[in-house]
Design a protein. Structure first.
Length: 73
């Protein structure tokens, strides 16, 4: 899996977890201290998440950081 595919996968997981929690991009952005369009960009896989931001997502969604990444086969 290349970097672009990994960003897309992480973005899909962010969207999935956000929808399961029934929160909007705007609400999630407020919790993270970013604008809703930044959340949209993360969900589309346009930006790499740094480790701190990924940790913040994991805390908000009550997930492990590893839950955002593909499972090994």
């Amino acid at each position: 899996m290349d970097e672009h595919e990994l960003r897309k996968h992480v973005g899909i997981k962010i969207r999935e977890f956000r929808i399961k929690r029934k929160i909007t991009q705007k609400e999630l952005g407020e919790k993270l201290g970013v604008k809703h369009n930044t959340i949209s960009d993360y969900e589309q896989g346009l930006y790499n998440l740094d480790s701190y931001m990924l940790y913040k997502f994991a805390n908000i969604f009550n997930k492990k950081v590893s839950d955002f990444f593909p499972q090994k086969k």
